[in-house]
Write a protein that binds this ligand. Structure first.
Ligand code: CDP
Ligand code: MG
Length: 721
């Protein structure tokens, strides 16, 4: 096919999208009001078409059109698609910018970007003077989060709340153009149909433009495999593979979309599928004789760009496409030709776990509304089928009606710091769309104070201003900055990068292979010299980087080459941020001691909130006031350590029937002795500054008594190692 006919067909294709018939009215609606909510089911053409229409209508004569996406992959692939449709090179009229990857030029007028990018632009230019239209897309996604604390996707869901709040504040008088702008700014908020009334009410009762849908019926069936009692099992991934093969062999032609929860799980499922699909005899096993093969494609947020494009290509004739995806395929991306959905019923979600007092990335049942959204992906071009692998009882007993917005269930540390750096001092009365509980805000203030990001009166410190620049967990940022001030960032940057990508250690399903992988992983830990999981990460990073054939090295050591490649790129990007900050006024510190101590002491400055001390036998007890009983996770190199080890810090926690700590490092009590009191001493109402006036004395006394009761007993000198 020649290039031009392909482009023409794309243009024609877009005329068949539901949004096309409403083009003129839609343009008018944007022109008529400051805020507009646009709703329409996933795949109706909102993301790709609306910006194009506004461009054609001349709305970017005086400024750019900026469209935000919660996910990096979506921003990039959509920009590629729109550039093709508008017949320009990507990066010219149509471009994208995601953190660490700017594909725009001075001629860019339609710019796709992540929410985080727009937020950074607001930081630099509070009235967004370069823009004529800002489109906040996928706003419902704020409640359907899957990935967090991962670089670039870092907190984007919460950032939408901040963006909405800031844009609302910018127009406190909606009839007026914000001060400092010569042209009026138009704000379009796009969403799947779920919460449009709430959005419109939040934006002062602005108009809602609904694009009528065109969905075909989808028949849903429940399975037998996963019942309410199986919530902690991982058996669903295997079941999903089984059902996918059943569908492939027994159903008529049409592509399959499988929903799983994360990268490593998806890759394992794909491997298993490849393996099983190889033994299919297409003459006898397959019902539809026009089907002659299976094309298996993984899809997840951190996937390399070159692989993403394949997902949207129609498969060769006779071949059935099977995309194995995270929740990203539920709303952010639409793949044409999907006729069958296989729904695992689970999603990876960041939750605040009150048992351990921490945010934990957990695999949890999806909500019913989410399950319906997933099923709907099969009915876009013709009638479809959705195979739920879970039982009807699971649906009734384990699945909530709706998903709770992330801002209401996770730690707000980074959000609050961002707001403070934006000059929003009163973080309690900020206009959040879903107002978080006050205790979470206070908790975040407390953490920021503990990390020295804000002072006692809630004002951002110099360190806080540096910290906000890093897309990492504040504790990890703190450790990186400490290392940089001591001139040893080479120790911490790779570790921060390794902790920002998905698990790098391959865990094969086959028991024999599992043993082999375990052996290799233990050898890698031993090679790092000390029993310290952070040091192992550093050593893996360095060994692979200095290897002549890094991908072969990874294969040999059962390490995910793709994950490691992203870690290399993240490390470079973090280094760039650091270099930029170091050009200004950057703290300098000194330390004399050996390298291992230096490394672990830097970690302590960020992880003193995650300290545990030996309680009895192999059981440790956390020191953060929760006093949870924790165990080393089997993947830790400290798992079968019997020695004198009394104090450790850890990166995260895995909650199953027990509470496991993962990525662990032994420390000495003296290193955290002076930091630990910080976990208890602070008066959170003082930190919130403005909130204080509202607190009655009586409440204050009650609160203080409660806090005092939580305080840990003094540690006796016998515990000191
Ligand atoms: O935003 P909304 O869900 O309403 O739809 P969209 O993302 O604009 O998608 C409209 C159409 O473009 C769908 O049929 C997608 O399959 C297609 N598309 C594509 O082929 N390649 C992309 N990178 C993005 C969208
Ligand atoms: Mg969209």
């Amino acid at each position: 096919m020649s290039k031009s006919t392909r482009l023409d067909s794309k243009e024609n294709e877009s005329e068949h999208l539901p949004i096309y018939q409403h083009k003129a009215k839609l343009i008018q609606a944007v022109k008529d009001s400051t805020f507009l909510v646009v709703t329409g089911e996933t795949g109706s053409g909102k993301t790709t078409q609306l910006p194009k229409y506004l461009h054609q209508a001349g709305l970017c004569k005086d400024g750019k059109i900026g469209i935000t996406q919660p996910r990096r992959v979506a921003a990039i692939t959509v920009a590629q698609r729109v550039a093709q449709e508008m017949q320009c090179n990507l990066g010219r009229e149509v471009g994208y910018q995601v953190r660490f990857d700017d594909c725009t030029s001075p001629s860019t007028v339609v710019k796709y970007m992540t929410d985080g990018c727009l937020l950074r632009e607001i930081l630099a230019d509070p009235v967004l003077s370069q823009y004529s239209v800002v489109v906040l897309d996928e706003v419902h996604e704020r409640s359907l989060n899957t990935v967090t604390y991962k670089i670039d996707l870092f907190l984007v869901y919460l950032l939408q709340d901040i963006l909405l709040g800031l844009l609302k504040k910018m127009f406190s008088n909606p009839a007026k153009t914000p001060k400092g702008r010569s042209i009026p700014l138009k704000v379009v908020v796009m969403s799947a149909t779920l919460e449009t009334d709430k959005l419109s009410a939040f934006l002062g009762g602005c108009p809602i433009f609904a694009i009528p849908g065109r969905a075909f019926p989808v028949t849903c069936t429940f399975g037998f495999a996963v019942g309410p009692k199986d919530i902690e099992s991982t058996g669903y991934a295997k079941e999903v593979v089984k059902v996918a093969l059943d569908v492939h062999t027994s159903e008529m032609a049409g592509d399959i979309l499988v929903f799983l929860t994360g990268q490593s799980e998806i890759e394992r499922a794909c491997d298993l599928l490849y393996e099983k699909a190889e033994s299919i005899d297409y003459r006898y096993d397959v019902q539809d004789q026009t089907v002659e093969g299976l094309l298996i494609l993984p899809l997840y947020g951190s996937m390399p760009t070159d692989q993403q494009r394949q997902i949207f290509q129609p498969p060769p004739s006779g071949i059935r496409k099977c995309v194995v995806a995270t929740n990203i395929a539920a709303t952010s991306l639409t793949i044409n030709g999907i006729k069958y959905i296989i729904d695992s019923g689970f999603v990876k979600q960041l939750n605040h776990n009150s048992r351990v007092g921490m945010d934990i990335l957990e695999v949890v049942p999806i909500s019913k509304s989410e399950a319906q959204q997933r099923a709907g992906r099969a009915g876009r071009t013709s009638a479809g089928k959705c195979f739920r692998i879970y039982t009807k009882e699971f649906w009734e007993k384990s699945m909530p009606e709706y998903t709770v917005p992330e801002i209401q269930r996770t730690s707000l540390t980074a959000v609050i710091l961002t707001l403070k750096c934006l000059g929003v001092h009163d973080v309690i009365r900020f206009p959040y769309l879903d107002c978080p509980e006050e205790r979470f805000i206070l908790e975040a203030l407390k953490q920021l104070y503990q990390y020295d990001a804000i002072d006692r009166r809630g004002r951002v410190t110099k360190l806080g201003e540096l910290m906000v620049e890093f897309p990492l967990h504040p504790g990890l940022t703190r450790a990186v900055l400490k290392a940089a001030s001591l001139g040893c960032e080479d120790l911490l940057l790779p570790v921060a990068a390794m902790l920002s990508v998905e698990n790098i250690f391959i865990r094969p399903g086959h028991p024999e292979k599992q043993k082999e992988a375990d052996k290799k992983h233990r050898a890698l830990a031993a090679k790092s010299g000390s029993m310290n999981d952070f040091a192992t990460l550093l050593s893996v990073f360095q060994s692979c980087k200095s290897s002549d054939r890094p991908s072969a090295w990874c294969k040999d050591n059962w390490i995910h080459w793709r994950a490691l490649k992203s870690a290399f790129s993240v490390e470079t990007q973090l280094r760039e941020i650091l270099l930029r900050l170091q050009q200004k006024d950057f703290p300098v510190d000194t330390f004399d001691g050996n390298k291992s101590e230096l490394f672990r002491r830097c970690l302590c400055t960020g992880y003193f909130t995650n300290v545990a001390r030996r309680s009895v036998g192999k059981v440790f007890c956390t020191m953060d006031g929760h006093g949870s009983m924790v165990h080393f996770h089997p993947s830790s190199s400290l798992f079968d350590q019997e020695d004198e080890l009394n104090w450790v810090i850890f990166h995260d926690v895995l909650v199953t029937s027990r509470v496991y700590i993962r990525t662990v490092c032994p420390i000495r009590y003296e290193w955290v002795k002076d930091l630990l009191p910080k976990l208890h001493e602070v008066d959170v109402y003082e930190l919130s500054g403005v909130a204080r006036e509202e607190v009655t004395d009586e409440e204050m006394i009650k609160w203080e008594t409660r806090e005092a009761a939580k305080r840990q007993p003094e540690v006796s000198t016998e515990d000191v190692m």
